[in-house]
Design a protein around this ligand. Structure first.
Ligand code: C5P
Length: 394
């Protein structure tokens, strides 16, 4: 997407500081940002910081005659591809809903014929107040895009919806509105392993596990959507190849290890596969049933692909392992992260119907501690992991 012009209106709220990071992200992606500070916005961020980050003049007052000569407010609102209000306070939302034009920000918003996105941020009670909700519905009816506030601990000490989403999420919403999808992983190579491995016993039999490959495939797809070059090393599964992903089919753990090694270097690796721990000497001919004497399988240990990759001179910058556990999920996974030497372990409890199912509830274990995500579908887990990876590689 070519550089677009964004008029960013910054309302007065403690979250206004996040608009600085948003300006930086937009500029880094090659877009032009023109900042308009409301009077109360200027109490939280200075025009100087915004001017430095946007590399442009910052507009503050409606009746600045010099600005009216150089660029009238109508022109200011028209010479943009999109207007974004970040943060949008209850007061600003109320004035927009009432169609007021009593300062530069509201005048631009009334005069514009361009798409408008607002990112509300305020105290939880103010956000949930019927007046605010009524105003939000009015704005929605006017065709304004509302980026719902996040839920969490607030600067005022309360908890609930009302927090300004992180700058990256606001950036993504702006880019999506402008008709592009953000590609933060463009130019990055990520290897993903997925599915089970099959360890043959003879030409017609093998030892396998219940992995469906769904979570790994969803991660490969989400990474490709963010612009990554994805090599998906897949055990035997019944799934279509995700769009834009290079898939290499393997059967055994030894083959999977060779395929991973053969596709390095990579910027990140996500090892989702449920690799068999053991392999067996495979008979050349079908083992025949013998009276009363079942065959003795003599297992030997498979290579640990994840641990090997972490010790490799070609170790990717970010290596992520998975841990499927049926008990003491977090404890086992925390130990596993240390033992394998990977950066993150994504742990899930597979005692239910996670394997083969469409939902997953995961815990992310990093050197910062444990973060538990609520139960959600595997595609959403994948999108969030992909976004995390993009943030970590940025
Ligand atoms: O040791 P365990 O199988 O529980 O570890 C799970 C993690 O290690 C997963 O990320 C899996 O893909 C990886 N693994 C591997 N090679 C093995 C066994 C597991 O890469 N032989």
């Amino acid at each position: 997407m070519n550089g677009k012009r964004i008029t960013l209106i910054i309302g007065g709220g403690i979250a206004a500081y996040k608009s600085c990071e948003l300006v930086r992200l937009l500029r880094k992606a090659g877009h032009q940002v023109r900042c308009v500070l409301t009077k109360s916005g200027a109490q939280f961020v200075t025009p100087l910081s915004l001017a430095a980050l946007s590399e442009d003049k910052v507009y503050t007052e409606l009746f600045d005659l010099k600005d009216e000569v150089e660029m009238g407010h109508i022109q200011l609102s028209r010479q943009a591809d999109l207007l974004a209000v970040v943060p949008a306070t209850a007061d600003l939302i109320g004035r927009m809903a009432a169609g007021m034009a009593d300062d530069l920000a509201t005048t631009l918003l009334l005069a514009t014929d361009k798409p408008v996105l607002i990112a509300p941020a305020m105290n939880v009670r103010m956000w949930l107040h019927p007046a605010t909700q009524r105003n939000i519905e009015t704005l929605r009816g006017d065709g304004i895009q509302i980026l719902e506030p996040d839920e969490g601990a607030m600067a005022c000490g309360e908890f609930g919806p009302g927090r300004l989403p992180e700058p990256q999420s606001i950036f993504d919403a702006i880019i999506a509105m402008l008709g592009g999808s953000p590609k933060p992983l463009a130019g990055q190579h990520v290897i993903v392993t997925a599915g089970p491995t099959h360890e043959p016993i003879d030409p017609v039999r093998y030892v396998a596990n219940r992995s469906s490959g769904k979570q790994g495939y969803a991660i490969a797809e989400a990474l490709a959507t963010l612009g990554a070059r994805v090599t998906l090393v897949s055990g035997p599964v019944h799934l279509p190849t995700p769009k834009g992903v290079h898939r290499i089919d393997v059967e055994t753990a030894v083959e999977m290890q060779a395929a991973v090694a053969g596709n390095l270097p990579a910027d990140a690796a996500v090892m989702v596969a449920a690799v068999a721990d053991w392999r067996f000497p495979s008979a050349d001919q079908k083992i025949k049933k013998q009276d009363g004497a079942p065959p003795v399988l003599e297992p030997s240990e498979n290579p640990d692909i994840l641990a090997g990759l972490c010790r490799s001179p070609l170790r990717p910058r970010l290596v992520i392992g998975f841990a499927a556990e049926t008990e003491q999920v977090i404890d086992y996974a925390t130990t596993k992260r240390m033992r394998k030497g990977c950066d993150w372990i994504i742990a899930n409890d597979v005692s239910g119907d996670v394997m083969g199912g469409d939902r997953n509830s995961v815990h992310i274990i990093t050197d910062q501690g444990v973060e538990s995500w609520p139960d959600t579908d595997k595609a959403e887990v994948a999108r969030q992991i992909a976004q995390r990876i993009a943030d970590a590689l940025a």
